[in-house]
Every structure is written in structure tokens, then in C-alpha cells.
Design a protein around this ligand. Structure first.
Ligand code: CUO
Length: 680
């Protein structure tokens, strides 16, 4: 939808000379993108303190959200509803934790989202945001603002600051946060090294760098903002293949985590079992800004029923209803109608049911297996609410991947999806082939090499503000997995005599399990990591394609810091110049530096597959070669997912006979090694 609006604005700009200054992107003539970016920066600055920018403060003091209903597309109904909740003293206090999994807190955040998404103009948006920032819980406000900027046409082009610098407590160990407070109190600037949780006695600590990677956390939390489980199409548009994306993005997280485990000499993750103990404990070493410590969980605790949430038995029943649907090949909707899932789209329907989302065809019957499991796991430290603990890390998308139980849960969910996928017929030779097209060779330019580097982010928003105590520079330093840039050199022959469009699909699959046993093709395909997917026009004859790792469509570049966003927006506003940060607009996507799984010093072996399918059949957009990055696991806002094939094609289906894949001329495999440089 945003693209359509942009196109119509471009058309309008051509027809209306006074509109030709292309930094006026909104429907508020006079409001530049730079000004919007500045407004959002100011709204999110010092989120736990009152507004201190005079314009926004004035809005908050003098604006009346109910005064002019014509500024909203819903005649002000949402604004009225939220104001009533505030007048009735029903809203959560400020300086209190917020969890999206808390039903009432989510309702409140969505009341504000509802107001913002119904604003016709930026003026309406920013006045309401400023007004409610001072009156709602800070966590609820920040969540509502993020999802509104992402989904409203008014937010197009705005880059949301990295959450690790807006709400740093959810990303930073408490030891470092404590040092940040000391630095501020003693007026001593400081840079503090953040360690991953646990000691070497805990084997899970070897892979903590992955689950605790702040960039991965941003990808995960933003994926859930781009595809919220609570989304209704009445907000403005349909989120295409959301259920399937839920499967695919999380399947890829589990495949990546398994690869990290293998390179660290650990077995791949086993799934969660409701009737077994939760093997790995977790001590988060993280504090809420308000609400105390994130609860810890010792090793090997038995799953307990959680008061007010669910009994373990209920979860087993929900699982068996879903497995029953898979075995039958259909689900039953609210009215008792059967929805066939034994087809390409079944995974989407199933994803909505399992998550579950507001798109679920029958939440009454299939419940909410995944979301409830997050809460169950989050509460195992205090299942009966005896100790008044705040929610666990599993109850926030920002923090969930820190807990090893996250990957057990998602392996469990993934296995249910796989059970469904394995009921579908394997692809035939004819389905896999792309007539006249063959992949002849794949070579890598540059070594596949990983290493750790250090990254700094600001903790200035972690500590309290006071007019009497000056801010000092405070940073956390965190090690992050990174890799050398490389390129794929792919030789493709097109014997069709005319130009064709190819969809190039690249997968990287670990070859051996942790015992050094070669994965069978059937087992190994579920460990394949999607590295890239792009469209390329293929001329008749030979085509030599060089594809750079930085252009991968599963990744996003490093997030600009909040400070640089502020500087750039302020400069652009002051100098009336154009602000263009479009390459950073999406925060959903694996950080590009995480594209390669960690290697080993002697080289970890992978199979690298490159397949080409018929792009003219696959595409859903007009110029697929121009697609911006990050669509593979994050789609395109408001648009159809730009590939008609099932996500994971062709390794998403059962492969009883590997020759069908290996002998397809349009699929080519080479073996590669990824090295890890310990001394970078
Ligand atoms: Cu992303 Cu379980 O869905 O965390």
C-alpha cells in the first residue's frame, strides 16, 4: 500500500510543480521527512522522563485529542475510547514494566496504536503521540509508536531508532547498567564491556553470543512488530502470508542456532517436551528499568501449571488438536467448515493457528499454542505468583532468544510445521526443473571467514535524568559475530534462445552432525540456512552472475545509532535539506554481519546450493530485480510477498530420492568451508 501511495505521490509531484521538492513525502504539505524523523527522535528520547522539547511539550499540554474528529479516519472513536480509559483511571501507571503478552497492557498499547493509525495527517499523529506519551505507561507508548510508524503511511521513510538505545534495560546486562548509573552519578564517562551470561561450566554459554546478539534481538522484536499476532485487516491492509512467514522466519532462527551449536561442538537443539523437565535453566542477569530482576530458572525444573495462564494438560490437548488437523489434512474453522491444508497455502493457515494470531480460523478450538507457551516458560520461576516476579524473558520478543528454552520451544513448534510439510507430496523432477536453464558452476570470491568484533551502543537512555546532573557519555561494548565480505560467482546457461527471468535461491547446509556423522539429505535439508534469494534476468547463452554478500535479501545493514539519527535529522531540518535514510528503514532482517554462521578454526563444512526457478512464474511484483533487501523473511510492507513459491522452496518438501534434486540441471551444489578467526 505504501508503494502505491508513493507512486501516486510521485505522479502528483509531476503534475503539481509546488510539490516537486521530493523531501515532502507526507500528505501534510510542509512537513518534511526530516521533521518527522526529528519528531520521532524527540518522542523516544529519554523515554522514562517527561518530554523536554518545547514544541512537543506544548502539544502535550494544550492538545485535545477529542476536539477535532475530522483529523481521524474513524471520526475520533479510538481517541475517545482511550481518553475514557484514562479518565476512568484504568490505565497502567508509568514507571512499571510492560509486556505485550499481558492482555490488559497489550489492550492499552493497542488503544494508542488505534488512535495513531487512524490519523489522517502527521500533525494529528505527532500531537496525539506527544499527548499520550505523558499519560500512558512508557513501554506501552513506545510499543504503540513503533508499530504505528511501521504500519501507517505517515511513517514511511522514518527510521526507528534501535531499541537497544531507547529501552536499553531489555538488551543490557544488569552489571553494565549498574556501572552506567555509577558513571552518571560520579560524572565519569565510561565504556563498559558486556559479557554473555553464564560461565564456561554452562555449555549453553558457548552459543549465548547468538541468542544475546543485540542485532538479532532487534530483528526478532521487529519481525513481531511487522507481523503482529494481534493484527486485524481493519487497521488498513492484509499482512500477506503472515502465518507462513511466522513458520519460515522462526524456522530459520532455529536452523541458524543449530549451525552455531555445531560449530561450537554442541548437539543440535532438542525440542521441548511438556512431560519432561526443562533441561536448561537460565539466569538472565537483566533488570527491568522498573519492576526488579528478570526471574531466573534453575536446570531441570518440571513444567508447572501456571495460575491464570494454562495447565500443562491444556497445552498437550492443543498440540494434539493441531496434530490431528495435520493428520486429517484439514482444520475446522469457527463455523465447523473444513479448510484444506494439504496444499501450498496450508502452512499459512497452520501458522496462524499455531502462533496463534487474530487471523486464526478457530482460536476457540486450536487455542494459542505458541504464545501461551511463551508465557508458560516465562513464568516457570514463579508459576503460582507467590513471589510477585515480573514477567520472564520469554514474555518479551526483545529478550526471548536469550533463554535457551526459546530455541527448544521453537524447535518444538518447528517440528509440528515439519510434520505438516512432510504430508505434502515431494516435488517431482518436472516441478523442480526450469526448462533450458542450468547452473554450471558456483565459486566464492574471498574466504568464508567469521570473527568477533566489538560494538558500542549508548546507555544514555538507561540512566535517569535530572536538570542538576549533566549527561555523560556512557556506552556498552559488546562482542558480535561478524564475517568477511564475499561474493558468489554463479555461472548459469540459458538455452532458451530468449531472455528469461530467474529466481536465484541460495542455501547453506551443514554437512555433519555433532558426532561427525554425515546428515542424510532428508535430515539435512531442515538445517539449511537461507542465504539469499533474488531475481535476475538471464540472457541467452552463458551468464556470469556476481552476487555480493552485502546484498543478501535476508539481511539488513547495521542500524544507525540513535545519536546519528538525531544529528542527521537535526541537520536536515536546520538546513532545509533532504534526509534520505531509506536503506535503514526496515529493521526486520538478520543483521548482515550475521549472515554466515560461525566457522571453526579448521573450517566447518557446508553444502552450498544454488537453484534457479522461473522468475516470471514466481514473481508478484513488476520489477523484481529492483527489490530492496530483507524481503525473504520479512516480506514487503503492505505488499504481496514477492515470491509465489512456498517459503523454503525447494527444501521445504520431503525428498525421498535425493537424485531428483541433485540431478536437476538448474540446481547446483558445492562444498565450502567456513573458517573462524580467533585472533581477529
Ligand atoms: Cu518470535 Cu516465539 O515467536 O518468539
Amino acid at each position: 500500500m505504501k508503494l502505491l501511495i508513493l507512486c501516486s505521490l510521485i505522479a502528483a509531484a509531476a503534475a503539481w510543480p509546488s510539490f516537486s521538492d521530493d523531501h515532502f513525502l507526507s500528505d501534510d504539505p510542509g512537513v518534511t521527512l526530516a521533521k518527522k524523523q526529528q519528531d520521532v527522535n524527540h518522542l523516544l528520547d529519554d523515554i522514562y522522563d517527561h518530554l523536554h522539547f518545547s514544541d512537543l511539550k506544548d502539544f502535550s499540554d494544550t492538545f485535545d485529542p477529542e476536539a477535532d474528529s475530522s483529523q481521524y479516519t474513524d471520526d475520533g472513536a479510538a481517541a475517545h475510547a482511550l481518553i475514557q480509559e484514562i479518565k476512568d483511571h484504568r490505565v497502567l501507571e508509568q514507571h512499571h514494566w510492560f509486556s505485550l503478552f499481558n492482555t490488559r497492557q497489550r489492550e492499552e498499547a493497542l488503544l494508542l496504536f488505534d488512535v495513531l493509525i487512524h490519523c489522517k495527517t502527521w500533525s494529528c499523529f505527532v500531537h496525539n503521540a506527544a499527548y499520550f506519551r505523558e499519560r500512558l505507561n512508557e513501554g506501552e507508548f513506545a510499543y504503540a509508536l513503533y508499530v504505528a510508524v511501521i504500519h501507517s503511511d505517515l511513517g514511511q521513510g522514518i527510521v526507528l531508532p534501535p531499541l537497544y538505545e531507547v529501552t536499553p534495560h531489555l538488551f543490557t546486562n544488569s552489571e553494565v547498567i549498574n556501572k552506567a548509573y555509577t558513571a552518571k552519578m560520579t560524572q565519569t564517562p565510561g565504556k563498559f564491556e558486556m559479557k554473555f551470561t553464564g560461565t564456561k561450566k554452562n555449555k549453553e554459554q558457548r552459543v549465548a553470543y547468538f541468542g544475546e546478539d543485540i542485532g538479532l534481538n532487534i530483528h526478532h522484536v521487529t519481525w513481531h512488530m511487522d507481523f503482529p499476532f494481534w493484527w486485524k485487516d481493519s487497521y488498513g491492509y492484509h499482512l500477506d502470508r503472515k502465518g507462513e512467514l511466522f513458520f519460515w522466519a522462526h524456522h530459520q532462527l532455529t536452523a541458524r542456532f543449530d549451525a552455531e551449536r555445531l560449530s561450537n561442538h554442541l548437539d543440535v537443539v532438542d525440542e521441548l517436551h511438556w512431560d519432561d523437565v526443562i533441561h536448561e535453566g537460565f539466569a538472565p542477569h537483566t533488570n527491568y528499568k522498573y519492576g526488579g530482576e528478570f526471574p531466573a530458572r534453575p536446570d531441570d525444573v518440571h513444567f508447572e501449571d501456571v495460575d491464570g495462564v494454562a495447565n500443562v494438560r491444556d497445552m498437550v490437548i492443543l498440540e494434539s488438536r493441531i496434530r490431528d488437523a495435520i493428520a486429517h489434512g484439514y482444520i475446522v474453522d469457527r463455523s465447523g467448515n473444513k479448510i484444506d491444508i494439504k496444499n501450498d497455502h496450508g502452512i499459512d493457515t497452520l501458522g496462524e493457528i499455531i502462533e496463534s494470531s487474530a487471523y486464526s480460523a478457530n482460536p476457540q478450538y486450536y487455542g494459542s499454542l505458541h504464545n501461551t507457551a511463551h508465557i508458560m516458560l516465562g513464568r516457570q520461576g514463579d508459576p503460582h505468583g507467590k513471589f510477585n516476579f515480573p514477567p520472564g524473558v520469554m514474555e518479551h520478543f526483545e529478550t526471548a532468544t536469550r533463554d535457551p528454552s526459546f530455541f527448544r520451544l521453537h524447535k518444538y513448534i518447528d517440528n509440528i510445521f515439519k510434520e505438516h510439510k512432510d504430508t505434502l507430496p515431494p516435488y517431482t523432477q518436472e516441478e523442480l526443473e526450469f526448462s533450458g536453464v542450468s547452473v554450471d558452476n558456483i565459486a566464492i570470491d574471498g574466504e568464508l571467514k567469521t570473527y568477533f568484533d566489538n560494538f558500542e551502543f549508548s546507555l544514555i537512555n538507561a540512566v535517569d535524568k535530572s536538570d542538576k546532573v549533566k549527561d555523560v557519555e556512557i556506552h556498552a561494548i559488546v562482542p558480535r559475530l561478524n564475517h568477511q565480505e564475499f561474493s558468489y560467482n554463479i555461472d548459469i546457461t540459458n538455452n532458451n534462445g530468449n531472455k528469461v527471468l530467474g529466481t536465484i535461491r541460495i542455501f547453506l547446509c551443514p554437512r555433519y552432525d555433532n558426532n561427525g556423522v554425515l546428515f542424510s539429505f532428508e535430515e539435512g535439508r531442515w538445517h539449511c540456512i537461507e542465504m539469499d534469494k533474488f531475481y535476475k534476468s538471464l540472457a541467452p547463452g552463458s551468464n556470469h552472475i556476481v552476487r555480493k554478500s552485502v546484498d543478501s535479501s535476508v539481511t539488513v545493514p547495521d542500524r544507525p545509532s540513535f545519536d546519528s539519527l538525531k544529528r542527521k535529522a537535526d541537520q536536515a531540518v536546520e538546513s532545509h535539506s533532504k534526509l534520505d535514510l531509506h536503506e535503514f528503514e526496515r529493521s526486520c532482517g538478520i543483521p548482515n554481519r550475521l549472515l554466515l554462521p560461525k566457522g571453526t578454526t579448521s573450517g566447518m563444512e557446508f553444502s552450498l546450493f544454488v537453484g534457479v526457478s522461473d522468475g516470471d512464474e514466481d514473481k508478484t511484483v513488476d520489477n523484481p530485480e529492483d527489490l530492496a533487501a530483507t524481503h525473504s523473511q520479512c516480506g514487503i510492507h503492505g505488499e504481496k510477498y514477492p515470491d509465489k513459491r512456498p517459503m523454503g522452496y525447494p527444501v521445504d518438501r520431503h525428498i525421498p530420492d535425493p537424485r531428483v534434486v541433485l540431478q536437476a540441471p538448474n540446481i547446483h551444489k558445492v562444498h565450502v568451508k567456513i573458517f573462524h578467526d580467533e585472533h581477529h
